[in-house]
Every structure is written in structure tokens, then in C-alpha cells.
Design a protein around this ligand. Structure first.
Ligand SMILES: [Zn+2]
Ligand SMILES: [Zn+2]
Length: 251
């Protein structure tokens, strides 16, 4: 298969099976049941002597209770970059090291085993290293994973905003108009909450998130929440309006 993947260790290769291969089915189940990453969930199983002996998923294998608002998405990091910005997307929490941890905890000798990963189309360098250090022989991915699990494809499905409107507090109308213009792309609109310093009625109060300006940042609150779900800081590359839009698409 002649697909260029962002990383392949020297002298190693990826192995492929169809998505409905039984071990991939197990990996898919691990993805659904264990992944703590709501944006890019990945599941993985370890196969030894023809049996699944361990299972794990990314996002530290802690099933998410909340939608993950990822700083990497807000700041538009390139694929494979900016992992240090996000505790969920830290390589330590990727499915491969999680799998090695699960195997270790069960006292399984991982030498000569195979891993089947569902939900991604390549493994990053730290993860490959972890697998190789543990003697894992083969890493299987789905044969059409470069299409099925490409970032664009996955994000088109997971980055669908559940809110159609966001309330903007503390900004002038041109700023709100700019948010509006950008948010149209994702089917959302922005409204100003104050007119001339006077709070305006909130259409559907309690049903839309609020972006509220503070002296140094913008805090985004889910309806009814007192703690912000995300705090946006000024960024040299990604303007505030785009960051608001990028948060909204993850809510
Ligand atoms: Zn993240
Ligand atoms: Zn990784």
C-alpha cells in the first residue's frame, strides 16, 4: 500500500487488515468502551497466540464523561504537533502506551505479539518506540484507514457543534459580526448580549453557551455553568474570533 504516513520507524512497516477483521472488531469495541478522547477516539488490542490478551484506548483509557475541548483544535495545530498543549492528547495517553500498560498490569510478556489499532491511520514516533521497546512484532491498522480515519474525515464527524448560537458578552458589534461571519461555516450564529452597556434579552436563555470577556482572556461557559469550559488567550497566529469558532465547533 503506497500511502505516505507521517511516521514509520526505519526498517519497520505497518500491516493491514480490513475493518471487519475480527481483531479489528475487538479494537473497535475497545475504542467505543474505553476511549477518553471524544474528538479522535482510538482503540487497540494486543493479540498473542491468536487471542486478544489486552485492550486499551487513547485519552488515557478513561471513558470521557464530557466532550473534550482540545486546545490543539482551538489553536489549529498541525497533525502530530502540539501534543504538549493537551493533557488528553499527550502521547503518554495514546492507545499504544495504554495497551503496553494494560499488558504490564496483567503480567503479559509482550514479546512477539501483534497490536490491532482501530481509529487511526498511523502511529506517532513515541508510540512506535513504546511498541518496539516492548517487543511488539506487528502493528495492524485498517487497510483503508488513511481515508476512514483521516483527520478531516474524523473531525467532520466529531466536530459538529451541538449549539446553533453563542452569546458574546463584552465585545463591540464589529467583533460579534466577525464571529458571526466565521461561525456561519459551522452553522452557528453569534449574538451580542449587551446593547450600549445594557444587557439584552437572551433568546433562549440558558440554551446557548456564552463567550465572556475578562481583562486578559475570553471565557466560554456552557449554558448554566459557573466555571468556564474553556479559556481563550490571545494568540499570535490564531485570532480570538477564530478561536471562539474553534471552541464552539467542539461544544
Ligand atoms: Zn486534545
Ligand atoms: Zn501516538
Amino acid at each position: 500500500m503506497d500511502i505516505q504516513r507521517p511516521y514509520t520507524p526505519p526498517g519497520k512497516e505497518y500491516f493491514f487488515v480490513p475493518h471487519d477483521h475480527p481483531f479489528m472488531g475487538e479494537a473497535q469495541r475497545a475504542q467505543e468502551e474505553l476511549s477518553g478522547d471524544t474528538l479522535y477516539p482510538v482503540g487497540i488490542v494486543l493479540v498473542k497466540d491468536g487471542h486478544v490478551v489486552a485492550r486499551a484506548a487513547n485519552g488515557f483509557g478513561k471513558k470521557a464523561t464530557n466532550r473534550h475541548i482540545c486546545p490543539r483544535v482551538v489553536l489549529e495545530c498541525k497533525t502530530g504537533e502540539g501534543y504538549d498543549l493537551c493533557h488528553v492528547h499527550d502521547p503518554d495517553g495514546h492507545s499504544e502506551p495504554m495497551l503496553m500498560k494494560a499488558a504490564e498490569e496483567q503480567g503479559i510478556d509482550t514479546t512477539g505479539t501483534s497490536a490491532y489499532m482501530y481509529g487511526h491511520w498511523w502511529a506517532c514516533e513515541p508510540c512506535w518506540k513504546t511498541l518496539l521497546d516492548h517487543g511488539v512484532d506487528k502493528l495492524y491498522i485498517v487497510d483503508d484507514s488513511h481515508e476512514r480515519f483521516s483527520r478531516d474525515k474524523v473531525c467532520a464527524e466529531t466536530l459538529k457543534p451541538q449549539f446553533k448560537q453563542i452569546i458574546i458578552e463584552g465585545f463591540d458589534q464589529p467583533f460579534v459580526d466577525e464571529v458571526n461571519r466565521l461561525c456561519q461555516e459551522i452553522g452557528c450564529s453569534a449574538i451580542q448580549n449587551t446593547i450600549g452597556g445594557v444587557p439584552a434579552p437572551r433568546p433562549g436563555a440558558g440554551s446557548a453557551p456564552i463567550a465572556r470577556r475578562t481583562p486578559t482572556s475570553i471565557s466560554i461557559f456552557l449554558p448554566g455553568a459557573t466555571d468556564p469550559s474553556y479559556v481563550i488567550h490571545d494568540h499570535p497566529v490564531v485570532p480570538l474570533v477564530r478561536q471562539i469558532c474553534n471552541v464552539l465547533r467542539q461544544l
